[in-house]
Design a protein around this ligand. Structure first.
Ligand code: 2P0
Length: 369
């Protein structure tokens, strides 16, 4: 990335506590494999929908992050879900280096306090790095008053975690894989869609609450390095991107659902082809997949699409009017702990008011609330 292009308007040295909200996203055509590990440059483009900040049952489903740069701080401080994180621990403080990256090019020497809470209904491993890193990038840029475009912001979020680049925006979002080595053309942008798609819902079937065994970052590396089958994946995913864009343009749910299911199955096939095999799907996920296939067959067309990320919890993408049919189709499957119903979100990252701040000033001190 050309650093001088990123920072156009730096200069405000006031301590400014910024509070932002970000949401996870669910990919329809998946990101699995990097061409650059440091910059998170993907092997193929991906497309997703950003999820709403609350479930249809009213439970919160979001990341809230407050951040301040201040001379009152003697070191960088990072609190995640109430726990102080060692900022030099690359696993726990995933992507924290993007703050340094932005701070350096802004020429700011002040330390930072970052307080971030993931509010997801149960502790079920849904706390995606997408919303956390999108919030981190957005809050940093806002706190330093930087005049950068959303497109540039999405490239910075991407460096923290690939999928975070898509969570900058609401709606349906395309992350271009890009070609350049510096990553400046590997950015995300929202796709114009007709109101036909405004009632999309993700039914997240929680089948296993425990933490996943293989992280996405490690898993995709193993797949790229060891799976023979993976070699066909980047071209296949690009083909799926073209086809799903066409389905979106034509308001064709049947074709849209077909591509989502095929792409998820293809990604999981490359995982299983890895050495050692990476198997995220469990028996319950498989029962759900089969039930959705049977439901679509009974309906004579696809009315629902399953898709799984790096974990055993199937996401079922459906138009709101068909939620009941999906619930009926999977109601007898044993082992589904909970179904979270989350709508597509119009908004991506957004600023929140001071009343939602997770940092407070106490005399000369800044403390996490
Ligand atoms: C996706 N996933 O497109 C795919 C599908 C998981 C399976 O993006 O290493 O946490 O931080 O760039 O973004 C999860 O991967 O990985 C992911 P890093 P990330 O949503």
């Amino acid at each position: 990335m050309n650093n001088t292009n990123v920072i156009k308007n730096y200069g405000n040295k006031m301590d400014k506590i910024i509070t932002v909200e970000a949401k996870p996203n669910i990919a329809f055509v998946k990101y699995w494999g990097k061409r650059d590990l440091k910059l998170n440059l993907p092997k193929n483009s991906s497309i997703s929908m950003t999820l709403s900040n609350a479930t249809l049952d009213g439970e919160p489903f979001k990341t809230v992050t407050s951040l301040v740069f201040s001379d009152k701080l003697n070191e960088d401080e990072f609190y995640l879900n109430g726990k102080k994180i060692d900022t030099s621990n690359k696993d726990e403080a995933k992507g924290f280096w993007i703050i340094d990256y932005i701070r350096n090019i802004a020429g700011d020497k002040r330390h930072v306090m970052l307080v971030s809470n993931n509010s997801f209904p149960t502790s079920n491993g849904l706390a995606s790095s997408a919303s956390g890193l999108a919030a981190m990038a957005y809050a940093t840029v806002k706190a330093l008053d930087l005049d950068i475009s959303d497109k540039e912001l999405s490239t910075i979020a991407r460096m923290g975690s690939g999928s975070a680049s898509r969570s900058i925006y609401g709606g349906i979002v395309l992350w271009h894989k890009g070609e350049k080595e510096d990553g400046s053309d590997s950015y995300s942008e929202p796709i114009k869609i007709s109101p036909y798609w405004n009632d999309l819902v993700d039914l997240i079937c929680i089948t296993n609450s425990t933490k996943k065994k293989v992280s996405s970052t490690a898993g995709m590396q193993t797949t790229v390095q060891t799976s023979e089958f993976y070699k066909m994946r980047p071209d296949y995913a690009e083909k799926n991107i073209k086809e799903i864009m066409k389905a979106l343009e034509e308001n064709n749910f049947n074709s849209f659902a077909d591509i989502i299911m095929k792409d998820s199955n293809n990604m999981h096939a490359t995982m299983i082809d890895s050495k050692p095999p990476i198997i995220y799907i469990n028996d319950i996920s498989r029962d759900i997949i089969n039930s959705i296939e049977e439901l679509n067959k009974r309906e004579g067309k696809n009315i629902a699409a399953y898709t799984l990320d790096a974990g055993p919890n199937p996401h079922i993408i459906v138009k709101k009017e068909n939620i009941k049919k999906v619930e009926d189709a999977i109601k007898d499957i044993e082992g589904i702990e909970k179904i979270l119903k989350v709508q597509i979100s119009e908004t991506g990252c957004r600023l929140l008011g001071d009343e939602e701040s997770l940092i407070k000033e106490d005399g000369l001190k800044l403390i996490p609330k």
